[in-house]
Design a binder for this molecule. Sequence first.
Ligand SMILES: C[S@@+](CC[C@H](N)C(=O)[O-])C[C@H]1O[C@@H](n2cnc3c(N)ncnc32)[C@H](O)[C@@H]1O
Length: 346
Amino acid sequence: MLNSDSNNPNSTHRIVKPSSDFYTTFSEVEILEIIDALEVRREIPLKYSYKGKGGKIWDNFYQKYIIPTWYRTSNVEIELLNNNFQYLNGDNLVGSKVNIIDVGAGNSYPIKKYIRQLQKLGKINQYIALDISEALLDVSQKNFKNWFPKINYINDTLDIENSCIPKTLLENEPNQNQETINIILHLGVTIGNHHNRSRVFNNFSKSMKKNDLLVLTNEIGSNSKWNGEARGGCDYHAENIYKWITSAIAIKSEDCQLVRKYDSVRDSVVANIKFLHNYTIIFNIQGIDKNIEFSADDNITIWRHHKFEIPQLQQELAQAGLELIRYSTNKYSSHIMAICQLAHIP
Ligand SMILES: C[S@@+](CC[C@H](N)C(=O)[O-])C[C@H]1O[C@@H](n2cnc3c(N)ncnc32)[C@H](O)[C@@H]1O
């Protein structure tokens, strides 16, 4: 709903209310977190952009730009899982089986070949897909059950920035004298997208026990040396999130611009909604209106990615009681797969 102010094309001050799509996509708790993030740091956390229509946006992006085809044979996650298979197949414990817990599973496509390899060795106990987005869990379930009808599949919603992995999902029934270890995956450079990485690392660490592994992928290198070219997620994914979020909040396309830049405060590359007019967004939460004001030229960050240098990754892991036990890079040396364990306490 727009007020008379915003109906006047000459007015430089617009007043808008988010659409019903916004209120049906996000829970009250999530809307409160979005309002807080907008007020405190002018950001809509990227994690929320995978929910609702955002699930389809990610799956489409994946199908169009990431899935291997005859003309695009390489895929970072598939290549790195394959290269590290000898460390990720449970062979470090004699006779062991593995549970794969895929946090931020998306459409589960990246793990298809890896699970097939585990299945051939008789190593897979079960696959657990966890994600903040119900929409993507639906896609994951459909894909996985189609590929692996005989493997036990569980899924659940989880925001790893706010919660640990529930203990009930991680505690294994003693299985015919075989030990089962948990391999927790966090793929798709998702660790570099979080607002609060230290909380994410701490939640992983608190979820793990001795011998469990945490496996993540991320881009490596220097963020500040970004050449200004939008590629991969920063290009298509950010653009489609921008279209969806601006329409869900009812910001008119002619009143804003999509701007990508280097954010020196958070040392990451970001995509922002830049306002061309003064704006008031009126959120309604628990029956109470909450106004947030923006001036022309203000920005809202809707997408971010932080590349790691290896020593910094080791430092962030150590602060959460985790240890990098092995890493390798893809053939272009642009991405890393990091395999971590709970730090050894003497
Ligand atoms: C970049 S995609 C990667 C998907 C998949 N792992 C892959 O490699 O293709 C990020 C995924 O993590 C999920 N996600 C983002 N933030 C999350 C959070 N805080 N907790 C749980 N899932 C999250 C998104 O919904 C999305 O499915």
